[in-house]
Design a protein around this ligand. Structure first.
Ligand code: SF4
Length: 472
């Protein structure tokens, strides 16, 4: 585990208020989802999950075809698709366009893809003002923090934190009522919407057969972002494609329910191309930036490419016992929880934070609630095997590997295993295996100390299972 990861984990665990905030917020989301997908509310929930998995599998297996189809349909409606390899290419495209059009101010709606490439920071570096308009994201922008959760970015902050933050950064009265805080943000953001030259959004789905960008939201800020400024740029990962508009009947039933327990979010916007003649609003220019950033590398891996099925509902985070303890900021990248543990090493490379695939109890709760049935525990195990293989190549953790080899050999030889168990249990005078714990020389060996710093070594029982069985 890297020092930064270790330090974040420990500081989160030691913060009782933060622990309570995470526990309460995720607990609420768990309850809402549970009611929304119960048999009485959604009888065909499991069939929908199976259908969503099949649709995503088909799309990802034929992504080249659907990307071409989407590009052609966006062009047919007067828009333009821009393919970008990485963060630099996206920033260059936006900066180039802003320069050509003389743009100064950008409004943004919530997008994990733009968080992934630090788009705001890159634009601000070139003196472009880029303002987040989702309330949670706006709060985080003022606080200079990254999202804590895929769906609820400011989940870790209390209303008192937000009151302090607004008073400090906006020079307003310290209001602790969420309604008043919302009005403060709204007053600032309305002016930004009216003055903005460019609106940047993400996309929940990209519909190949119609060239539409689909965005779901609850605040209406995405609708303003995509319709008020003269230019709209949607930035999305290439995996957001779905084949047909009718497939949304499956995904929309699952997304809201899995994320927040809503049957449908308050706003569902279909955006296809710039404003047409006779329309009263909408942008004059419409671009869809399709980002790779490690996705095609993952696409080439048949075993693990199911990680690309994710629709970013956040349900796996809420149900993960590890996320609920260590929170979102302990994770080394913008994607946290179980989905972060599998896509971060695959997008950025396994060496980025090799301990990430181990940040899981493998309880399987994530796979059970995932609306597109990604087998996250299996992908985690595959990644763990990769980490171990890399370590073997580099010759690290030799002692640990040797110990496990010996252990495996002992486990394969029942007589020797029995003798070892007898030694562990019987050598101590009290016959309860405490000799191991009371052998200071052994316990103080650096590798043993390091191993035990994060694990328990319970005393061996006085009587083994075999013995009890024989005497039964
Ligand atoms: S992996 Fe599944 S549960 Fe987790 S965010 Fe993605 S779609 Fe939701």
């Amino acid at each position: 585990m890297s020092a930064a990861f270790d330090e974040k984990v420990h500081s989160t665990l030691a913060d009782a208020n933060l622990q309570l905030a995470i526990y309460r917020a995720t607990g609420r989301l768990i309850d809402h989802r549970k009611n929304a997908v119960a048999a009485a509310a959604l009888p065909d929930y499991q069939e929908l999950r199976t259908a969503a998995n099949a649709l995503k599998r088909h799309t990802i297996d034929h992504l080249d075809h659907y990307l071409e189809q989407f590009e052609a349909n966006v062009a047919a409606h007067g828009g333009k698709v821009v393919f970008c390899q990485d963060a630099t290419e996206v920033a260059d495209f936006v900066l180039g366009l802003a320069k050509e059009r003389g743009a100064q101010l950008i409004v943004k709606s919530k997008s994990m893809t733009t968080e992934e490439i630090d788009l705001n920071e890159r634009l601000e570096h070139h003196k472009l003002e880029s303002v987040e308009t989702d309330l949670g994201e706006y709060i985080l922008q003022l606080a200079h923090q990254r999202p804590y959760h895929i769906v609820a970015p400011a989940l870790h902050l209390t209303r008192y934190d937000v009151g302090d933050l607004f008073a400090r950064t906006l020079g307003v009265a310290n209001e602790t009522a969420p309604e008043k805080q919302t009005l403060i943000a709204r007053a600032v953001l309305r002016q930004k919407f009216l003055a903005a030259d460019i609106g940047i959004s993400g996309a929940n789905f990209l519909v190949a057969d119609s060239g539409a960008v689909l965005i779901v939201e609850n605040e209406g800020n995405a609708r303003l972002t995509t319709s008020a400024p003269k230019i709209h740029i949607a930035v999305a990962g290439i995996e957001k494609l779905i084949p047909r508009a009718q497939d949304l009947a499956v995904f929309l039933k699952l997304l809201g329910r899995s994320a927040t327990g809503q049957a449908l979010t308050v706003y569902t916007s279909f955006l296809s191309g710039p404003r047409r003649a006779g329309e009263i609003d909408g942008p004059e220019e419409f671009y869809v930036v399709l980002l790779d950033n490690g996705r095609t590398r993952l696409l080439a891996d048949r075993e693990k490419r199911e990680s690309l099925y994710c629709i970013r509902c956040g349900a796996c985070l809420n149900h993960c016992p590890v996320y609920r303890k260590i929170g979102g900021h302990s994770f080394p990248w913008v994607y946290s929880g179980p989905i972060g543990a599998i896509i971060t090493p695959q997008f950025l490379g396994i060496e980025h934070e090799p301990s990430l695939p181990f940040a899981s109890s493998l309880c399987g709760a994530c796979a059970e609630v995932c609306p597109v049935k990604i087998d996250i525990p299996k992908v985690l195990l595959d990644l763990r095997a990769e980490v171990k293989q890399n370590e073997e190549h580099k010759g690290v953790n030799r002692l640990e590997r040797l110990a496990f080899r010996i252990w495996a050999w002992v486990m394969c030889h029942p007589r020797i295993y029995e003798m070892a168990a007898m030694v562990a249990a019987g050598v101590a005078p009290a016959g309860n295996g405490k000799w191991l714990r009371s052998a200071p020389a052994l316990m103080n060996l650096p590798p043993v100390r390091a191993w035990l710093s994060q694990r328990d070594l319970p005393p061996a029982p006085a009587r083994s299972f075999r013995e009890l069985w024989r005497k039964r």
